[in-house]
Design a protein around this ligand. Structure first.
Ligand code: PGA
Ligand code: ZN
Length: 401
């Protein structure tokens, strides 16, 4: 019933104005799914390969589409994804592009759900999920690779952990974002926005902590539930091999100093979440930090694990981190992302489903986060390509998708 009849690929705009790959999958019974690949700026060294969209499209048309059409059922996600892997023939999707692969993989899942008449999160496994909803991590202030002349730490993320519902959590993050803007104005540093819609003020990281702390506690007082915050340090972007340390403008921190710095921040600000606090090759440093603060915060590997089960297994073996960031385009297919989540679950690691800095209106990750009972979803705070996912979360909670 879900046999794939047609797959079409095209270039569409992403939120940075760059081209990205969009896929349409049509089944013989009229099921339809459409999805688009996101794109990172602070990409991990070990991610699957994103090709220039026109190359990725041409290559997928040549190698992958003929193996899918009339051959594979869209409802059989494992078969769709193993066919994409076989058609590509490499470990890192460098032949058809992880951007073509993930767009087709996600579009097929939507076509499969459409044939069943089920919402995507149920088709992906959400029928058995509990009542928990992923808590949205809202990017409020940031810099790094997402904005020039702003903070060194890439993202300061609001975490409305006490919100009674997903909708209240989403609106709490928007309120923190608005409050942060007022505080920046009061300090005489009005700010432009970075790629994900976070404020990107020309202030020090120390000042950004003050702004976050104030914004989060003001909104928590106003709304009457607990809101904490966390970070994506994106430390691989700060790490300089020649300096053998982390470069914060004129200051260089050694690995030990970086671990002390982050551990102190966790305690001073009661951070609930710290992503990529160390370089993407430093399993040992991750393990040391996790040993020190892992009982009271999530230490999450993004560039460290790149949604890859082998890298995650290495991390589990080394006790590096206690949480994994999951970005389907880092690995190329939904099945691979599920495998990473399953391995994480089995080993007591929390999953955090994430957008990329370059995004589209695609809402697949909202469904993925609900389907897999993820602890958090990181998908921005405001701005259309971010609110597309946040509003979809609200609709899923309302059973209105
Ligand atoms: P990216 O950043 O999408 O630019 O890689 C997001 C992140 O580091 O989590
Ligand atoms: Zn990250």
């Amino acid at each position: 019933m879900t046999l794939i009849e047609n797959v079409s690929l095209r270039r569409v705009l992403d939120s940075r104005g760059n081209p990205t790959v969009e896929a349409d999958v049509l089944t013989q019974s009229g099921g339809f799914g459409r999805a688009a690949a996101p794109s990172g700026a602070s990409t991990g060294e070990y991610e699957a390969i994103e090709l220039p969209p026109s190359e990725a499209i041409a290559s997928a048309r040549r190698h992958a589409i003929p193996r899918l059409v009339g051959e594979v059922h869209a409802g059989n996600q494992r078969e769709v994804d193993s066919t994409l892997r076989a058609a590509d023939g490499t470990d890192d999707f460098s032949e058809i592009g992880a951007n073509s692969a993930v767009a087709i993989s996600m579009a097929a899942s939507k076509a499969g759900a459409d044939v069943l008449g089920a919402p995507l999160y149920q088709h992906l496994g959400g029928a058995f999920r509990g009542d928990n909803f992923p808590v949205p991590l809202g990017n409020i202030v940031g810099g790094g690779e997402h904005a020039k002349e702003a903070t060194h730490i890439q993202e300061f993320l609001a975490a409305p952990v006490g919100a009674p519902s997903v909708s209240e959590a989403v609106f709490a993050n928007a309120a923190v974002h608005a409050r942060a803007s007022e505080i920046l104005d009061e300090r005489g540093t009005p700010a432009a926005k970075g790629d994900e819609g976070a404020w990107a003020p020309p202030i020090s990281d120390a000042e950004a902590f003050e702004v976050m702390d104030e914004a989060v506690s003001d909104v928590a007082d106003e709304l009457g539930f607990e809101i904490r915050f966390g970070l994506d340090v994106a430390a691989a972007e700060l790490y300089d091999e020649d300096e053998d340390g982390y470069v914060y403008g004129d200051e260089v921190k050694s690995t030990e100093e970086q671990i002390d710095y982050v551990a102190d921040l966790v305690d001073e600000y009661e951070l609930v979440y710290v992503e990529d606090p160390l370089d993407e090759n430093d399993y040992e440093g991750f393990a040391e930090l996790t040993d020190r603060v892992g009982d009271r915060t999530l230490v999450c590997g993004d560039d460290l694990f790149v949604t890859n089960v082998e890298r995650l297994q290495d991390g589990i073996d080394a006790d590096a981190g206690n949480s994994i960031l999951v970005k389907p385009n880092q690995i190329g297919t939904l099945s691979d992302a599920f495998d990473a989540i399953e391995l994480a679950n089995k080993n007591g690691y929390e999953s955090v489903i994430s957008h990329r800095s370059g995004e589209t209106e695609d809402t697949t990750i909202a469904h993925l986060a609900v389907a897999t009972d993820a602890a958090f979803i990181k998908t921005g705070t405001v701005q259309g390509e971010r609110t597309a996912k946040l509003n979809e979360l609200i609709r899923i909670a309302d059973d209105a998708v």
